[in-house]
Ligand binder design. Structure first.
Ligand SMILES: NC(=O)c1ccc[n+]([C@@H]2O[C@H](COP(=O)([O-])OP(=O)(O)OC[C@H]3O[C@@H](n4cnc5c(N)ncnc54)[C@H](O)[C@@H]3O)[C@@H](O)[C@H]2O)c1
Length: 396
């Protein structure tokens, strides 16, 4: 691997933006990647001012079109390794498509885009141009998510019967968008957020957690999208009963009106042999419950293979992956860093002309992004028919 840091270009992030900040830290986490360029705001003048005032040197562009076009003419060591899209949902498709066509890998925030038409086009383009593409489902980057995935997929819980996966928040329990608050304003506008507010914003995380850990897909849904805050244009409460691809059942639920809940993402998986419990607000451990046994709590970095539940051959890369010893807590930023680290590794393989995985095992890929959009569209249709069962479209 080259010891030159990989250059990353930002799409979005200026003027009080939110998620760009954890991403920047995650990009700089290992010293092997760095942010070097940005198209930070829709207005070109402000975009350039924001870049000039950025806390570290950054090549500013008036628009992402300019940033993507300029890349072709840059000397090799200034070219972007990938772009990071951290704009509201309605500005995902266009920069992603333009970057793919220009042969620039893309790491894009979720949800992938606004609708299935856009999602289909992105998947087809990424495949045609053979460009690495990741989707920023943050919570997959927790070591405990990877460990849970191993436990469930290795069959240690038996056959999965039931999954309860949820993401509860309370920050939209009042009509915050009426105050002009930036993040609330676009998230509650269907033209900017997509067909579901709460579901698109955080229900997609709950769905991804289920799919990543269990390896199962949702095949049909009975959905209730509800709006508790009067006058709001999109759902702020999202409750979906699901059939899984193995015949099991699941509840995928999300809410933005559960006062007191902050970023309460969690998952409980019950199989024929036991149950696994994990919460993102307490992300360093998972609980395993087995029949007639005391609960087992597994902490990141303090796992002993062959302990009577875990086999002796827990994969070496999983055992080696923690970056700091147990007890020095990892959290949200570390999870993002793990995603960027793995994406960078795939981009470097791709740059060297080697096969690259982008297989969804280390971060969500473009097909996972597509599945999030397919899920949301099917839920919107089901909810419009008062929860009638609807089948998800065939996988692309
Ligand atoms: N993975 C997660 O945990 C997580 C958390 C929060 C947000 N998100 C996602 O990240 C995205 C951004 O969310 P946010 O809360 O940071 O939004 P935000 O409103 O805080 O920031 C959006 C940024 O995009 C910029 N922007 C808008 N249009 C642009 C354009 N045409 N060109 C350049 N910049 C443009 C805005 O000026 C702003 O800087 C959303 O898709 C959201 O769903 C993901």
């Amino acid at each position: 691997m080259s010891n030159k840091p990989m250059n990353v270009g930002l799409v979005g992030g200026g003027k009080g933006a939110f998620i760009v900040n954890p991403h920047q830290k995650a990009i700089h986490f290992d010293g092997t990647r760095r942010v070097t360029a940005g198209a930070l705001f829709p207005d070109p003048k402000i975009a350039l001012e924001e870049a000039a005032n950025w806390p570290y040197p950054l090549k500013g562009y008036g628009s992402y079109d300019e940033m993507i076009a300029a890349n072709a003419t840059l000397p090799e060591d200034e070219k972007l390794g990938y772009i990071l899209i951290v704009t509201p949902n309605h500005v995902h498709f266009d920069p992603a498509m333009k970057a793919i066509k220009a042969g620039i890998p893309v790491f894009c925030e979720k949800p992938l885009c606004l609708n299935l038409k856009e999602a289909n086009a992105l998947v087809q383009a990424a495949r045609k141009h053979n460009v690495p593409f990741g989707v920023a489902h943050t919570y997959l980057g927790h070591w405990t998510s990877r460990f849970s995935r191993y436990i469930v997929r290795a069959g240690l819980l038996g056959d999965v019967r039931w999954v309860d996966t949820y993401y509860l928040q309370g920050w939209l329990a009042t009509k915050l968008e009426a105050t002009g608050q930036m993040q609330a304003t676009w998230r509650t506008n269907p033209k900017l957020a997509g067909g579901s507010g709460c579901g698109g914003d955080i229900g997609t995380h709950a769905l991804m957690q289920l799919r990543y850990v269990t390896g199962l897909d949702v095949t049909e849904v009975s959905a209730q999208l509800e709006t508790f805050v009067q006058g709001r244009m999109l759902d702020d409460h999202f409750t979906i009963y699901c059939t899984l691809s193995n015949g099991g059942k699941a509840l995928v639920r999300a809410s933005q009106i559960c006062i007191g809940h902050k970023n309460d993402l969690g998952i409980e998986i019950s199989g024929t042999k036991g149950t696994l419990i994990w919460r993102a607000e307490d992300p360093e451990c998972i609980t395993i419950q087995l029949v007639n046994q005391p609960d087992r709590i597994y902490w990141r970095g303090a796992v002993t293979p062959g302990d009577g539940f875990l086999p002796k051959d827990v994969p070496a890369d999983l055992m080696a992956e923690p970056t700091i010893p147990a007890g020095h807590p990892e959290a949200f930023h570390d999870a993002y860093a793990r995603l960027h680290r793995c994406f960078e590794a795939d981009v470097r393989k791709w740059q060297a002309g080697k096969p690259f995985a982008c297989d969804g095992s280390k971060y969500a890929n473009i097909e996972d992004g597509w599945m999030g959009i397919a899920f949301i569209e099917t839920c919107v249709k089901s909810s419009a028919k008062r929860g009638a069962w609807k089948t998800l479209p065939k996988k692309i």
